[in-house]
Design a protein around this ligand. Structure first.
Ligand code: OGA
Ligand code: MN
Length: 242
C-alpha cells in the first residue's frame, strides 16, 4: 500500500511528497526529517528575542511541523459529514469563564463508519507517531469544534493524559496557533494552521511551550489577514508516559 495516497494532487510540490515511494512498512524506519515537509517554515513566524533566536529555532525545527494539504476538499467534506453526526446532539459551551476552551463542543471518536475516513485517520497517525512516539497512539481521537468566535486559551496538555506527541488536523478554517515559552511570555512563535493541514507538536515544544488557538480577530499572519471561521480539529495524542 502506498502511504502517500492521502496526499492531494495539489500538494505535489511538497518535499513531503518526494517520499511518495515510501511504503507503510518502510515509513517507520525513515526519520521525520526526511518525511516532514520542509515547508513548515512558511507557516511559522518566529518572535524570539534575538539573543536566543537561533538556538530556539533549532529546537522548534526538530519538534514542530506543519504539513499543508494532507487531505483533499472531498476528504475534508467526508470527515466533517461523519463528525457532524457525532456532534449533532451537543451544544456549544460559551459560559465557563475558567475553561481552557471557549465557544466549543467536543467529543471523542474511536470508530469511523466511512472506511475512507478510517483510512485517513490511520495514515495521519502513522505520519504523526511513526517515528518518535514514546508510547502507543491512543485509539480514540479528540474532536474539537470551535464556533466562529471560539478559541483555545494557552495551556500545556496534561502529562497525565498525553505522551510526547500531539497532532492536529484542522478542518473548515485557517487559524493561528500561538506557542509561548512556559516560563517567559516574551518568547513565542505564531503559526498559521491552514485549513486541511496537519500540525505535529512533540518533545520540547509539546512540554515547554503553551499552545493556544487564537480567537477571531483582525490579526495578521506575516502581513496577511487570517479569517477565522468555525473550525473543527481532529486531535491525536499518544498514551501518557508512566
Ligand atoms: C486541545 C488543543 C488544539 C486544536 O484540545 O488541547 O490544544 O488544534 N486543541 O484544536
Ligand atoms: Mn492542547
Amino acid at each position: 500500500m502506498r502511504f502517500i495516497s492521502i496526499i492531494t494532487t495539489t500538494s505535489k510540490n511538497n518535499l513531503f511528497i518526494l517520499k511518495s515511494g515510501v511504503s507503510l512498512k518502510k515509513l517507520s524506519t525513515v526519520s521525520s526529517k526526511d518525511i516532514i515537509s520542509h515547508q513548515t517554515f512558511k507557516f511559522i513566524d518566529y518572535q524570539f528575542p534575538e539573543k536566543i533566536a537561533k538556538s530556539r529555532q533549532n529546537i522548534f525545527e526538530k519538534s514542530f511541523f506543519i504539513l499543508p494539504d494532507v487531505v483533499t476538499d472531498i476528504e475534508e467534506k467526508e470527515l466533517v459529514n461523519e463528525i457532524e453526526i457525532s456532534l449533532k446532539r451537543l451544544r456549544y459551551q460559551h459560559d465557563h469563564w475558567d475553561d481552557a476552551i471557549h465557544g466549543y463542543r467536543e467529543t471523542e471518536k474511536i470508530l469511523w463508519k466511512n472506511d475512507k475516513n478510517a483510512n485517513i485517520i490511520n495514515k495521519l497517525k502513522i505520519l504523526s507517531f511513526g517515528n518518535d512516539s514514546k508510547t502507543k497512539p491512543m485509539q480514540q481521537v479528540h474532536i474539537l469544534d470551535l464556533y466562529d468566535d471560539g478559541y483555545v486559551k494557552a495551556h500545556i496538555d496534561s502529562v497525565k493524559f498525553c505522551g510526547n506527541i500531539i497532532a492536529g488536523l484542522s478542518l473548515l478554517s485557517d487559524s493561528i496557533m500561538k506557542l509561548t515559552d512556559d516560563t517567559d511570555p516574551n518568547i513565542f512563535v505564531e503559526a498559521l494552521l491552514p485549513r486541511r493541514s496537519l500540525y505535529i507538536m512533540k518533545d520540547d515544544v509539546r512540554y515547554k511551550y503553551k499552545h493556544e488557538v487564537l480567537a477571531r480577530s483582525d490579526k495578521q499572519f506575516k502581513g496577511i489577514k487570517v479569517l477565522r471561521k468555525r473550525r473543527i480539529s481532529i486531535v491525536m495524542r499518544n498514551e501518557p508516559i508512566m
